[in-house]
Design a protein around this ligand. Structure first.
Ligand code: T1G
Length: 709
């Protein structure tokens, strides 16, 4: 039998166990091992049926994604399809009952669909998440799934990639029985029940495939929705096409069409970019100089200073993970307002069906308001989220140093201030770290974990692990101005303003980048966060700008006339009561007047130039951050931008995108902008070096660990 598959007996039932840690991926040898096991039981008279189950914490989490990388990079050339193997499982003369625990995803669910019956632990999840990798199911999933759950459900599962709970899947006929308690025992009992009965083959069913008349409006609506929701992306539409093929063609021909669409997606830049992000997100917790066995500090209680927007959101994140929270503010009114906002946000989630009222009531019980630091004495960790000024941060950390127990982690949610300077106000800088959440903290996945010069390894390791527990993409970054995300974002929004100064309409700048794939344009983002926020940062750090560097002035003017953005109903755009944006004719008039005063020549600016200047400003600053060591890997920067700045995953993040364009071309454009627009566009030495050496950011490994200024 294969290294990954073993057989055991439970009386007249054979148990086929897949064992390929950590997630039983269908690596080479696994499908073959399953087929060999199925073929073996065919000749064993005593065997009435078989149960297929996964060892470890999950059933099969899909095809081995690493093999796709080998395939598309030419490292392997043979066919990785497992369709023939699944047909052999389905054609077994003895019923195969699959027993699912943990996850059955992608190829894992396709294996399950080829089995004759599916039972699952009540907390198992099943799904076709391939679109998250820019591909579609490629092992018959788009053909068998609609036969089991109907066309609409199959479209929803394959086009959104969202997994179902086993209990939901049972309602749709995908799971035949959910099992409380001992899954294997329940599966073996089920196998005994079905042994000797006619064996159902999913591929032979057509009862749920509907008629062309019934299906036409379903497919039309699904395509329209996919075009709107997944702009520019090809895989969701490909999944819909493949499911339509299932309704029109015999099974085998449907599978050939699925395979054609699968290959089209797999070899696309979109899929390569999304697979890069998949592995980049799994690489970020690996810190070269923090050994795996570094002790983790238990964090069973958190105290938060500041019940404002960020403090309240962070409290919800902790409570949602069952961690009791103490939430402090300076006066009762501020505290009541903070708790009120948390309650309001939870009520919205209940209305949207995300949480039940019971769940929310339990969460609210975990959040204890206080006006006194004395209640912080027992906290394992503190997250400070007060107003963004250094004097206030220092005063708070002075208090925390006085009241918090030895070994407590003292963290700051600062987005721009120097962590070492904050740490220096305490007697325990080794316990101080930055935990930079993004607004709204209970929604945004990104968490920048800022390492100070003295932050200890166990504090870093603990925060990296805590990020995963809180459901965040925690990325370790160095302590430089704006850390990684905001440091790159400053030149990006600056470039957006320069483009308007030179003649591009604000709407044109935002539209070019949204059409290119960004979730929101830079000027609209400014209005959302408040133009006064960036204004204050520009003012505070103007003295650090390169001498002779051009300074954007339009947003300063807007702020100085009170157009702070959404919160004031006017910024770059005007906003109605529901905060819906619309163009404001006053703005181009103001811009025309102001640039006239500065004598800036106006010109037609193409959307290509807008995209290049905006995105390459990110890339150039990202290159500096990499070479200075404030980010460990290009993939870390990409993970930050995809999870925190609405950068499309199907473009892989700014650094991966630059590699895809080719660093020689990117460097040449940056050098051209340097000639045209001056010192701010000075190419990063690393960009120049990699462009001339033919290197890539993704393969760039910095020699030394993080710089310390
Ligand atoms: N292939 C290869 N490695 C995988 C893998 C996979 N499918 N899934 C996980 N890993 C590695 C991962 O890189 C990490 O490695 C370790 O396992 C733990 O993962 C034919 C075409 C299952 C929900 O998209 O969503 O099937 O960093 O940290 O948080 O039609 O992993 O430790 O070295 O994520 O507990 C479809 C992908 C594939 C599911 C577990 N399947 N995996 O989450 O652990 S395409 C998926 C996940 C396909 C078929 C098609 C999650 C998880 P390392 P982890 P986790």
């Amino acid at each position: 039998m294969s290294d990954f598959v073993r057989l055991t007996k439970q009386g007249d039932i054979t148990v086929i166990t897949i064992d390929n840690p950590p997630v039983n991926a269908l690596s080479p040898g696994v499908p073959e091992g399953i087929v060999a096991a199925v073929e073996q039981i065919q000749n064993e008279q005593s065997v009435k049926a078989a149960v297929l189950i996964g060892a470890g914490r999950t059933f099969v989490a899909g095809a081995d994604i690493k093999e796709f990388v080998k395939l598309t990079s030419g490292q392997r050339g043979d066919d990785i399809g497992i369709l023939p193997q699944l047909l052999k499982i389905e054609d077994s003369g003895k019923p195969i009952v699959v027993a699912i625990h943990g996850n059955a995803l992608g190829g894992g669910l396709e294996v399950a669909q080829a089995c004759h019956y599916r039972v699952a632990a009540v907390d198992a999840r099943v799904g076709q998440p391939e679109v998250n990798l820019g591909i579609i199911p490629g092992a018959g999933g788009t053909q068998r799934l609609p036969r089991l759950v109907g066309v609409e459900r199959a479209i929803d599962m394959c086009a959104t990639g969202k997994p179902l709970k086993a209990t939901e899947a049972a309602q749709f006929g995908l799971i035949d029985r959910t099992i409380e308690g001992d899954l294997l025992a329940g599966a073996v009992a089920f196998a005994r029940e079905v042994a000797g009965k006619p064996i159902p083959k999913t591929r032979e069913r057509r009862d749920k495939l509907g008629t062309p008349e019934q299906n036409a409006p379903i497919f039309a609506a699904a395509r329209e929705n996919a075009r709107k929701k997944y702009r520019n992306q090809i895989c969701q539409l490909a999944a819909i096409d493949a499911i339509e093929a299932a309704t029109r063609l015999p099974f085998e021909e449907g599978c050939e069409e699925e395979r054609r669409l699968f290959d089209k997606c797999l070899y696309s830049n979109q899929s390569k970019a999304q697979i890069h992000i998949f592995f980049a997100e799994r690489e970020v917790p690996k810190i070269p100089d923090i050994p795996k066995e570094t002790p983790i500090i238990p964090v069973n209680s958190v105290a938060i200073v500041g019940a404002g927007t960020m403090g309240g959101g962070i409290a919800m994140v902790c409570a949602n993970t069952g961690v009791p929270v103490i939430l402090k503010d300076t006066d009762q009114a501020a505290l009541d307002h903070g708790i009120g906002t948390i309650k309001k946000n939870y009520d919205i989630s209940v209305k949207r069906g995300r949480f039940t009222q019971d769940y929310v009531d339990e969460r609210m019980k975990l959040i204890r308001p206080t006006l006194s630091y004395d209640d912080f004495a027992g906290a394992d960790m503190v997250i400070e989220a007060v107003f963004e000024t250094m004097p206030l941060k220092k005063q708070v950390f002075g208090e925390l140093d006085r009241v918090c127990k030895k070994g407590a982690i003292l963290s700051s949610n600062t987005s721009t201030l120097n962590i070492d300077e904050i740490a220096a106000t305490t007697s325990r800088p080794e316990s101080v770290i930055g935990m930079h959440f993004f607004s709204p903290a209970n929604v945004m996945r990104l968490l920048e974990i800022v390492r100070g010069r003295r932050t200890s390894q166990d504090v870093i390791a603990t925060c990296m692990q805590l990020a995963k527990k809180l459901g965040k993409a925690g990325v370790l970054v160095g302590n430089c101005r704006g850390f990684v995300g905001n440091r790159m974002f400053l030149p990006y929004i600056r470039e957006a303003q320069f483009l308007v100064e030179e003649g591009a309409a604000p709407e044109a700048v935002d539209k070019a980048l949204v059409d290119w794939g960004l979730a929101m344009g830079p000027l609209a983002v400014g209005d959302l966060g408040g133009l006064d926020v960036a204004y204050r940062i520009r003012k505070e750090y103007r003295h650090l700008e390169k001498p002779g560097a051009r300074q954007p002035f339009l947003e300063d003017r807007l702020v100085e006339m009170g157009r702070l953005g959404q919160k004031m109903g006017a910024g770059w755009y005007k906003y109605d009561a529901e905060r819906r944006a619309s163009s404001d004719p006053e703005v181009p008039a103001l811009v025309k007047k102001w640039v006239g005063e500065w004598g800036i020549a106006q010109r037609q600016i193409s959307s290509d130039e807008i995209v290049e200047r905006a995105i390459y400003s990110l890339v150039n600053e990202g290159a500096r951050i990499l070479e200075e060591g404030y980010a460990l890997r290009a993939g870390d920067i990409d993970t930050i931008y995809v999870n925190g700045y609405g950068f499309p995953a199907y473009r892989g993040g700014p650094m991966w995108y630059a590699d895809t364009v080719g660093l020689k071309k990117v460097y040449e454009r940056v050098a051209e902008f340097h000639r045209q627009h001056g010192v701010l566009w000075e190419p990063a030495p690393l960009l120049k070096e990699l462009a001339s050496s033919g290197g890539t950011f993704v393969n760039f490994q910095r020699v030394a660990a993080q710089a310390t200024d």
